[in-house]
Design a protein around this ligand. Structure first.
Ligand code: ZN
Length: 412
């Protein structure tokens, strides 16, 4: 989609979208650089968030080709303890609730390194993962989680269905927001889901993003930002109904939506009706709700950059933690770079030794926090704050402080 052409809403095809936030030309948030020489050819793409008044879908305008986004996708879910534990708790519940055993099948879309499906396997439930990143799928295979390397869409789902795949439970965690072929993906769920099966879809909740000033959730890989109103409308177009919904704290606030076939015998849980009513009352189907976001983000920028500038004047050393996509958005959008931050610590060994997108900060192992003892650490992965603050207790006991930037700037 060219920025100069007319933009068609990813949900309904409408052309009357309205701008919510324009971050300008931004680097790709997960494209880490090997060295400073490769920074010269670093691609940038427009990053603009819009709202569709027709179908209530919040989305970005630019679609960066998947081959550019996933060429060396470095994210392994198992590096975040919170993610693995979150998955385990969900699996325990579903195995009991759906009476899953050796005769059922669980399919996960964007199964990553098998962080979720491994829990089903331990309970004796057959699994199948689908993931587009060859290096990540290979890690899953190596730990014994059968994984098909593919971009899931209706065509792939048809192939799998023809091979006899029918899912009693499907999972799609944090992937729906990433898919360019939104309708093909949802149609694929419809095609693979057994008649009385359920699909559990988790996606960051746009309401939490807006209310919590979580603008760093916006990057080129996140094409859509969902409310339940928008999701319900999307799924209904593919014969799927929302059976249940939960609000989760993970990733700064997410929705977990349970889907069933529209002609399934399962009923609709009261939580669905209640949340839809709440969203209408809050105005999530109107532009006005989103119209104040740009101002809120500008205020956050002032709060954070004022604090950092004051600390630099005082001669403090500042590092950052978490070479995440979120962090790339925050640093680039707020213009925070090498003049302020000495290095970025990250637990993922595939990221260490590389440079952050756009800002070109060196990524090092977390041990550097204790070895170099910077005065402050800007926590870019604030969504894992509890986990990281616990892991970095040695740094903190020696007087080190963390700056949590979102939703309000606070020093801990
Ligand atoms: Zn629309």
């Amino acid at each position: 989609m060219s920025i100069t052409g007319l933009f068609h809403c990813r949900g309904c095809g409408g052309v009357d979208t309205r701008s919510v936030l324009d971050l300008g030309a931004m680097p790709l948030a997960n494209r880490l650089l090997d060295d400073i020489e490769s920074a010269a050819n670093e691609p940038r793409f427009p990053l603009q968030l819009v709202f569709c008044p027709t179908c209530a879908l919040v989305q970005i305008v630019e679609t960066v080709p998947p081959k550019d986004l996933f060429y060396d996708y470095p994210y392994f879910s198992s590096f975040a303890d919170t993610m693995v534990e979150h998955a385990r708790v969900l699996v325990e519940r579903l195995v009991t609730q759906e009476r899953l055993g050796a005769r059922q099948l669980v399919v996960e879309l964007a199964s990553n390194d098998g962080y979720l499906l491994q829990h089903y396997q331990r309970r004796g439930v057959p699994v199948l993962g689908v993931d587009p990143a060859a290096n990540v799928a290979a890690v899953a295979q190596a730990r014994g989680v059968p994984t098909r390397c593919a971009f899931f869409d209706a065509a792939v789902a048809r192939e799998m269905a023809a091979e006899g795949v029918r899912a009693d439970v499907m999972h799609a965690n944090n992937v729906l927001a990433h898919v360019a072929d939104l309708h093909g993906f949802v149609e694929g769920i419809h095609l693979l889901l057994a008649p009385e099966g359920i699909a559990v879809v988790e996606a960051p909740y746009v309401r939490d993003m807006i209310d919590g000033r979580e603008f760093d959730t916006i990057y080129h890989e996140h094409l859509c930002y969902f409310s339940l109103l928008a999701l319900q409308r999307l799924f209904a177009q593919h014969g799927l109904a929302v059976h249940d919904v939960e609000r989760l704290a993970i990733h700064g606030g997410s929705l977990r939506v349970t889907l069933m076939h529209a002609d399934s015998h399962r009923g609709v849980q009261p939580a669905v009706t209640a949340l839809l009513a709440e969203e209408r009352a809050a105005g999530l189907d109107r532009f006005e709700y989103f119209g104040r976001f740009a101002e809120a983000v500008a205020a956050l920028r002032t709060e954070l950059t004022t604090l950092l500038a004051r600390l630099k004047v005082e001669g403090k050393h500042i590092a950052a933690y978490g070479a995440s996509a979120k962090g790339a958005t925050l640093l680039n959008a707020f213009g925070i770079g090498r003049e302020t931050i000495d290095f970025v610590a990250d637990r993922s060994d595939v990221k260490q030794g590389k440079l952050t997108p756009g800002t070109h900060l060196p990524i090092v192992a977390p041990e550097a926090l204790v070895e170099r003892q910077p005065d402050y650490v800007l926590l870019l992965t604030w969504n894992f704050a509890d986990e990281i603050l616990r892991q970095q207790s040695a740094y903190r006991e020696r007087g080190g402080k963390f700056i949590v930037p979102i939703p309000d700037v606070r020093v801990v």
